[in-house]
Design a protein around this ligand. Sequence first.
Ligand code: GDP
Length: 528
Amino acid sequence: MSNVVIPEEVSKRRTFAIISHPDAGKTTITEKVLLFGQALQKAGTVKGKKSGQHAKSDWMEMEKDRGISITTSVMQFPYSGALVNLLDTPGHEDFSEDTYRTLTAVDSCLMVIDSAKGVEARTIKLMEVTRLRDTPIVTFMNKLDRDIRDPIELMDEVEDILKMACAPITWPIGSGKEFKGVYHILRDEVILYENNKGHTIQDSVIIKGLANPELDEAIGHVADDLREELELVLGAAHEFDHDAFLKGELTPVYFGTALGNFGVDHILDGIVEWAPRPLPREADVREVKPTDEKFSGFVFKIQANMDPKHRDRVAFMRVCSGEYRQGMKMHHVRLNKNVNVSDALTFMAGDRERAATAYPGDIIGLHNHGTIRIGDAFTEGEKLRFTGIPNFAPELFRRIRLRDPLKQKQLLKGLVQLSEEGAVQVFRPLDSNDLIVGAVGVLQFEVVVGRLKTEYNVEAIYEAISVATARWVYAEDELKLEDFRKKCSTNLALDGGNNLTYIAPSMVNLNLSIERYPDIQFAKTREN
Ligand code: GDP
């Protein structure tokens, strides 16, 4: 008997994450999105940041109140007939590899840009990651209630820097104090903006048709300016092209203000209409289709629950095919073991809840006592490994040293386990007894020292080290690799999984080595 529920459930799902530079408005948009999903009674409780705390104290808070960070990691809510999964990507000081890997678990991204600033550094980095899978991107130009840069210039910047064609879906009418609303190009209607309504879902005034005299009544002479400007813009800009969007080549662009909750519904409408349904996933043996009847999923993030007594961690898994049912037996492929899953977490309405079922595109949380690693696959028995869940070369490095030198073994064990979990990366130079910790974000260092103390009972401290970057090295030819290993041993190390890594003291040094050893591949990402 074929299961008709799965394809139906799959077609409802839209799973996305927000990418942005800090302060562009990700948190504010998340709050408004939830307002639309009616998932929260009142927006403003998404994270503790609004009460003046920053990432570091958030983490301390989590220690006391375990679970908080988990509830904010994934949110599911119904919108316009669809079920939307929004995955949080920490974007502040707590920036880490989790941020990168979360992007491998979504089917599309919302890119939020501060319209006074344009394309900023963090956005560029995150976009590099979405490129690995050509993830479709929806763009929101935020903060239209402030004075912004020329909208055409903003789109040019996206095209130049991020190499994506821009197709405006809405067009702003003024900005700052003169912000009147937007013209929805595809619907041919003007939606008027009202100040100070950000905390509500607004019943906006909508004027049908650009030529409508009601528009002149509503916004006066600006109406004629708008008509003129649009003629220009529509002549020059790309038209929306669904295929190009799905290939990640073109992005639909919306304008609005997250704070004013204006335009956020337009983005959600766009995501529900155009963003991909849960996509197939590549595995080593075959492509896994979401509508396959047998369950499968992969782990993209492991989060410590911060309760030192329990060592309990939650492994976040993206469901790739089939159906998760409470109490089902799953096969943990890497360990070749069957496990009964009776208490997976789902994330409806921003609360931790026991899930009865979950479908492709959904995220579930498995309790984990250290046996699950990033990238692990769970199935109903099939042996497969999902590809495309990479480790990313760290960008920050410290030497780690013990206060008590007798505990070297425990330190190494702790670091290797934490690196398997994806919390941090560890490198052991071939030529010395140093231990080097590598991270993508600074907060990872603090978390690791804290966890080494509580979970492994070792007190460690960091020392500065002059390392600029790391690359995993490979070669087709074993002899060439061996030769390279001998010649460059002072710059080589083994990572937590014993993979050979080039530790570069400077970018100049790295580039020289790349030139000098053309048979060696220097990779920025590595898959388990
Ligand atoms: P995040 O760092 O990307 O999560 O950004 P937040 O959502 O925390 O926003 C950063 C700051 O910008 C906060 O003070 C917000 O109130 C403010 N902000 C966000 N959206 C808007 C907007 O549309 N207009 C204005 N004026 N401020 C905004």
